[in-house]
Design a protein around this ligand. Structure first.
Ligand code: TXE
Length: 479
């Protein structure tokens, strides 16, 4: 299976004819090739986007909306094949791709297809000065979207849909580790009659293809989701060109559990917030802090539930935990388990690779719970991004807050309590872009999404995304 670039509505081989292997994490085998695109491929994609811009930026909002909603419907019609492709590329259970990833990708197009028709400009009357101001929201031009491997189509479309809705043309690069659904999406874009050149997808490595997008002087905005180190690098490259940047980076999110919470729901959701998608979600609550009075009970019940999770082949309907995305990522996560042990961590369950019968070379790992008494050790400070959580007791609200905030990241935080005043106090003080109380990863697409500190810059979601993908121009008329 050969994936091709999508440029000006056509499927093309990379100009230099260089290719990369594409692995299936569930069995460790190469099952396809993807373009290892060069700067010239990115240039070609840019030229195609530039040519399409004049017309696309002038299409009516209703027309843009109609096409985006058509893409959404076609994604829904192809749910099963997209879910299977996502799972084969990423290792996640097909059931998860079918209920989360692909429906959400469809929602992204539907949501922004609708949102653009409601995205109103502002006006301000300068009373006493005989003047009126109005603010135009103009598309930027050609924008770059770069996405990661953990939620491939979900995050790819989270960027592309608002960028297109706002009237931009796009040069996009999915992760080289999980390119398949972006490729399938390009076929759907043609079926939905998205005009040629409006969306261009170039596949390839971050350090070459991705870098060429960021370095391109005429690509004026970059929306990026990925690792914090990559985000910092992109910011450095983009700064001299004054590019607009939206960076959604890593997380090391606290899950703070008070004894007055709704216990059963907390327990059920905490298993999910720890291990959904093999723990490879930037929002996973990887540091679990539990009020000391119920720590031992929680520990026993949580470990019991985690041990009941089934690690297995992604297409098995009973599988809770599929394969990790790559061999090198599996090794990285295993290294962290060793680091944690050396730092005094005690493995309460998991910690080992799993061999799945018939798929012995797949990248499987047991869900791992580590008890550790220091919030400052590396496993409590660095993003592991796998099925590994730490648990620790706390004695007071202040102590919990201090530990929660004492990391370089600040993406999300989860709080379990039925005390309203505590909820308000802590939500105000948690250093995070998103706080969930008595739930996790409940997303209303109208709400802002993004992090503080090393978790990134800017917000996406709802009108925030449409603001990012437009330039505001104020016009002041004296009358
Ligand atoms: O991400 P990268 P990696 C975290 C997680 C993970 C770590 C590294 O901790 O272990 O990051 O993962 C492209 N110019 N997250 O190495 O490299 C790359 O091709 C332009 C958190 O896979 O950041 C891919 O498309 N682009 C995260 C995308 O950036 C570049 C999700 C992300 O890859 C580039 C994923 C460059 N110089 C990993 N270098 C989250 N926030 O959800 C790479 N890329």
């Amino acid at each position: 299976m050969k994936i091709q670039n999508y440029i000006n509505g056509n499927f093309e081989n990379p100009i230099e004819n260089n290719w990369l292997d594409n692995y299936n994490p569930s069995n460790g085998e190469v099952y396809g090739l993807i373009p290892n695109s060069s700067k010239e491929d990115v240039e070609k994609a840019y030229e195609s986007a530039k040519s399409a811009f004049l017309e696309w930026s002038k299409t009516t909002l209703e027309e843009r909306s109609r096409i985006l909603i058509k893409i959404s419907e076609l994604l829904e019609d192809n749910l099963q094949s997209f879910a299977e492709a996502e799972s084969k590329d990423n290792g996640k259970p097909v059931s998860l791709a079918k209920t989360v990833d692909i429906p959400r990708a469809a929602s992204n197009f539907r949501f922004f297809g609708n949102a653009i028709t409601q995205f109103a400009s502002e006006s301000h009357e300068s009373v006493g000065q005989n003047a009126i101001n109005y603010t135009l929201r103009q598309p930027i031009g050609v924008v770059g979207c770069i996405s990661p491997w953990n939620l491939p189509l979900y995050l790819f479309t989270w960027k592309i849909a608002p960028a297109l809705a706002a009237g931009n043309c796009v040069v996009a690069k999915p992760s080289e580790i999980t390119p398949m659904t972006a490729y399938l999406l390009s076929e759907i874009c043609n079926k939905a009659a998205l005009p040629k050149g409006v969306l261009n997808i170039v596949h390839g490595l971050g350090k070459s293809t991705g870098q060429a997008i960021v370095e391109h002087p005429e690509i004026k905005a970059i929306s990026f989701t990925g690792g914090t180190a990559t985000g910092a690098h992109i910011a450095k490259v983009a700064a001299p060109m004054f590019k607009k940047l939206s960076l959604e980076l890593g997380g090391k999110n606290p899950n703070i559990i008070f004894a007055d919470c709704g216990y059963d729901e907390m327990l059920h959701t905490t298993v999910r917030s720890s291990f959904a998608n093999q723990g490879q979600i930037c929002l996973c609550g990887s540091r679990i802090f539990v009020e000391a009075s119920m720590y031992e009970k929680f520990k026993k019940d949580f470990v019991q539930k985690v041990q009941a999770l089934k690690v297995g082949h992604p297409s098995d309907e009973n599988t809770n935990i599929g394969a990790l995305v790559s061999k090198s990522h599996l090794e990285k996560v295993m290294d962290y388990i060793e680091i944690g042990k050396n730092e005094g961590g005690k493995i309460l369950c998991g910690g080992n690779k799993v061999t799945v019968k018939g798929f012995e070379n797949g990248y499987y790992l047991e869900p791992t719970v580590m008890e550790i008494r220091s919030d400052e050790c590396r496993v409590n400070q660095e993003e592991i991004f796998g099925p590994v959580v730490t648990i620790m007791p706390f004695n007071s609200e202040d102590e919990a807050l201090q530990m929660a905030n004492k990391v370089k990241y600040g993406l999300s935080a989860t709080l379990w309590t039925n005390d309203l005043k505590r909820t308000m106090r802590m939500s105000n003080q948690l250093q995070a872009g998103i706080v969930w109380v008595n739930t996790w990863m409940m997303r209303d697409l109208r709400t802002p999404f993004g992090g503080v500190k090393a978790s990134g810059v800017g917000r996406e979601g709802g009108f925030e995304a449409l603001r990012f993908f437009t330039e505001a121009k104020n016009v002041c008329i004296k009358y």
